[in-house]
Design a protein around this ligand. Sequence first.
Ligand code: F6R
Length: 622
Amino acid sequence: MCGIVGYTGSKQAAPILLDGLERLEYRGYDSAGLAVRNGDALAEVVKATGKLYHLADKTDQGRSLPGTCGIGHTRWATHGDPSLVNAHPHVSGNCSGSGSGQVESDVVGVHNGIIENFTELKEKLLRHGYAFYSDTDTEVVVKLVDYYYKKYKIGPVDAITRTMVRVRGSYALALMFKDYPGEIFAARKDSPLIIGTAEDASFLASDVPAILKYTRQVYYIDNLQVARIAPSSVKFYDLNGDEVTLPLTEITWDAAAAERGGFEHFMLKEIHEQPQAARDTLNSLIRDGKIDLTSAGLTDDTLRSFEQIDIVACGSAWHVGMASQYVIEDLTQLPVRVELASEFRYRHLPIRKDTLVIVISQSGETADSLAALRVAKERGAMTLAVVNVVGSTIAREADHVLYTLAGPEIAVATTKAYSAQLVAMDALAVQMAYVLGTISNEQYGHFIEELGAIPDKIRRVLEDKERLQWFSSKIANAHDIFFIGRGLDYAISLEGSLKMKEISYIHSEAYAAGELKHGTISLIEHNTLVIGVLTQSELFEKTISNMVECKSRGAYLMGVTTNGNFTVEDSVNFTVYIPKTDEHFVSSLAVVPLQLLGYYTSVNRGLDVDKPRNLAKSVTVE
Ligand code: F6R
């Protein structure tokens, strides 16, 4: 989704803004723009469609835009097509064309999010003589701020809070006012925004990597708060316009973690970081041979108090939920429901008070997951967030937070955060089972030992990557790929299929292997690739039979199975083996070849692996 940066200090702003936007590219965008002020002069606005280098070229890498205070934006189109006129920044003035250049305006701004009542607000502003040059909801907000600014004449914070009261939806806004040179004003509701502070300079951004090169000191601005930033001061206000104090947080992760570090793509780097992500996450939860969830506020008594688990998430995080369902149910005998957050939030599901609602999210900002969390809290359930981004909205609003320690994930397609979520959920399942008494002391010890061995086993799976690279070159022209499995293997298939389709653009579907005969098998043709996941010994023969049924209708078969299951080669054309592990935890290993297959297929097709078309890293709109 859109990315926002802002800088005010003593250096030239434009190169810093461009650098920040480049680090937010992973969020997905289709156009970009800057507004920079040179002292008291009006802001100069420059926009470009397409990749960021067009904007960099247009501004001579920022050098042709003098000024030490500015805002920048990468736009992921929601209202209006991805054109120059709709690109941000937007201005409050009456202008023809795209709103570029020095437009006589009191307010200029950028926005991430969606203003739901923008039509109604636009009509109001039209009645008050405003004219609109774009189709965006952002231009409406900028003009609404301008309207209140002029009507009440109390200053930017007042104009912004009045606007916040009128708009419905989500926003992270950064605004500059003509009468306040050297200052940037920001506001936030349900869209990510951080404020950074350094000696003689202040920053704002949608995410930490954008400003990490300049500072590690950040404020996490809360929902419905306003920030006022100047080179050497940062102030925060609530909706009443009263000043509030926020804690300063030090970012501890390494800046190099957000760089490619010699890998061709972030995705490949992050695939290789999975042993570390799983190890760090497990180390934070396992101490002296015991699982300790007290850092998430989950004491044994709390864990004992639930009769039902609901897991809510989107995309890959939902797939983690699907895998965890099998593990938690099997180990604890508690009923587990797994719901898509976008459905859950509108479904009026009965939620009992003794339910633990677990929201899984890498970014902690996914709009549907956040809304689902709020629904669960309203209905009286206790909530646990399994989140990667520290200080994110979901982490702050949930009753309990279990952090995954995957570090910053840049590639749009998640890999290491997914793996960290899996092991975190596995540890939770084992601890719940232990305190509920559904597993013995011996089993508890065995599970902890097996979990501890996962990171090294992931590393061993990665050693087989050349074979997958080779195989992917054979399937690069496939039209359809089917991923099948039963039980946990079905959950793994879901993730394998998503990884394939989202970055290679090859149509793929995941099916519970037993469901094929109920319709889908009619799609199997000569050479259709069917990938079977075969890690559950109890279900192995069943899934093999389903694969063979496909083969006899022309399918080409690939299997992912556990080392030692060599009979699979009697039926399957290409086999990948993963190390033996306790079958509850196999997802962490079996997913890796499927991630690699998706990755290499995308590379073979010459696609933009890290930033696939139409996708955004953090989906902060509905
Ligand atoms: C797919 C992918 C997405 C995310 C989903 C949820 O590779 O990354 O499906 O898993 O958008 O995002 P988070 O985990 O940030 O809530």
